[in-house]
Design a protein. Structure first.
Length: 195
């Protein structure tokens, strides 16, 4: 990865994106030293133009950004860092510097939580207890939730319909994990069909 720090007088803009939801969290700048520190430590460090020094995001608040992936743009003068935020990102207390948490992309966050509960064998978790019962029970539960959604779709109660749709999505994510697939795998199938 060869970054052109010369274009921006030694600095490159860095877009920070939530690794699980893909929501843009903030924009900062890095010099070469900040980039190397970020790469080596796995925690996002910027070059603060106002403080004129390196600044690790979360050094005062504890709300660090753990690096998951680093990408460079085609001109080699802008970085995209996908990170896992420990908590809110903005100094105002907002989830991101661009506002509140966006519900779009939350399914990925939920999928991660489901995978953690299963992988960690969380004993008091409904998710893990259903997973332990095997593929037949998980598939049966998805079928039950699908039928309940169909029934609610024929009525006019919007809240019940949305809740049944949420139940179906939740159990569908458990089914994907049980089968060894991810939401991204299904998105790729849809993406290929769209061509």
């Amino acid at each position: 990865m060869k970054i052109n720090f010369d274009k921006g007088s030694g600095l490159v803009p860095v877009i920070i994106q939530d690794d699980s939801t893909l929501q843009v969290l903030m924009l900062g700048y890095m010099n070469e030293e900040a980039f190397e520190k970020t790469k080596n430590e796995g925690i996002v460090t910027f070059y603060s133009r106002s403080k004129n020094r390196l600044w690790t995001k979360g050094e005062e608040s504890g709300n660090f950004l753990t690096v998951k992936d680093i990408r460079i743009d085609c001109d080699q003068d802008t970085l995209l860092i996908k990170a896992a935020p420990k908590n809110v990102v903005c100094h105002t207390g907002s989830f991101s510097c661009f506002g509140d948490k966006d519900p779009k992309g939350f399914l990925y966050e939920l999928e991660e939580k489901i995978c953690r509960r299963i992988d960690n064998k969380t004993e008091d978790s409904y998710t893990y207890s259903l997973y332990q019962r095997g593929i037949n029970k998980v598939a049966q539960k998805v079928g039950e939730e699908a039928v309940e959604l169909v029934i609610e779709s024929k009525d006019d109660n919007e809240d019940l319909f949305k809740n049944e749709a949420a139940d179906l999505m939740y159990h569908f994510l458990i089914l994907l994990k049980t089968k060894g697939f991810s939401l991204e795998d299904i998105e790729k199938v849809l993406q290929n069909r769209n061509r």
